[in-house]
Design a protein. Structure first.
Length: 242
């Protein structure tokens, strides 16, 4: 049976539903399988609330879906727990509400306006009132990795040379260097997002499917059989090779 993965959604519910439609069409031809979502459900796009609710309800209803935790999902939940918290993966000059991060757009989807332009404590008080507790519990409890067959799924990547069971959450949701520069065979093929690129790319030891939905690009969905990877288009499978 194939296994499927969807890249960084960043609040684009329409793109997410369209990716699921492409997967459903592929399942009709090739058989059903688990769908792994690589995290970064929230921030930057217009409907983070809708994305989280869609996935949370799908899993509650018994869908064979896995949703991994991304760094943006973690920043959201950490802000909700403590508005002064600073995620260790984030540069000191930024906060989650900085316009470059997109936290204000996530809060706007819950009915909290102009979060980047108002006192943090007032924004937090309103957010505690309006953000669904079920959404926060769901995001907090998302796993940081998923292995199935010959594939290891993570949001950002792994620290080379360290077994997956010993990886830190900080690395799994934030790492770029040295992971992106490492060409070694990890054993399983690593499928990840986090680092936005123009199109899904197979590097031999890893596959990056963050095709920049956060910045106006498409949302990539792939099918995997063994170690063979296929990008799903509206007309079917397109092989993705190193």
């Amino acid at each position: 049976m194939p296994i499927y993965a969807i890249g960084d959604v960043h609040g684009h519910l329409g793109l997410l539903k369209a990716a699921h439609d492409r997967i459903t069409a592929d399942m009709d031809r090739h058989g059903t399988g688990t769908i792994v979502h690589l995290g970064d459900l929230v921030d930057r796009g217009p409907d983070s609330r809708g994305v989280v609710e869609f996935l949370r309800r799908g899993i509650h209803d018994g869908r064979d879906w896995v949703v991994l935790k991304g760094n943006h999902d973690r920043m959201f939940t950490r802000f909700m727990a403590d508005p002064w918290d600073h995620d260790p993966g984030l540069r000191r000059e930024y906060s989650w509400l900085h316009p470059r991060l997109g936290g204000a757009t996530t809060l706007a989807s819950y009915g909290i306006a102009n979060a980047s332009d108002r006192p943090v404590l007032k924004v937090h008080v309103e957010a505690v009132e309006k953000v669904a507790k079920d959404d926060l519990v769901f995001l907090t409890n998302c796993p940081t990795w998923h292995r199935q067959g010959e594939i290891l799924f993570v949001h950002a990547g792994i620290r080379p040379g360290i077994p997956i069971e010993e990886q830190t959450e900080d690395d799994l949701v934030w790492i770029r260097s040295p992971f992106l520069e490492d060409s070694r065979d990890y054993g399983p093929l690593i499928v990840h997002g986090h680092t936005a690129i123009d199109a899904p790319t197979h590097y031999g030891n890893r596959v990056n499917i963050d095709s920049s939905a956060a910045y106006g690009g498409p949302l990539t969905a792939i099918a995997i059989e063994g170690r063979d990877v296929f990008v799903l288009s509206d007309t079917g499978r397109i092989p993705l090779r190193p």
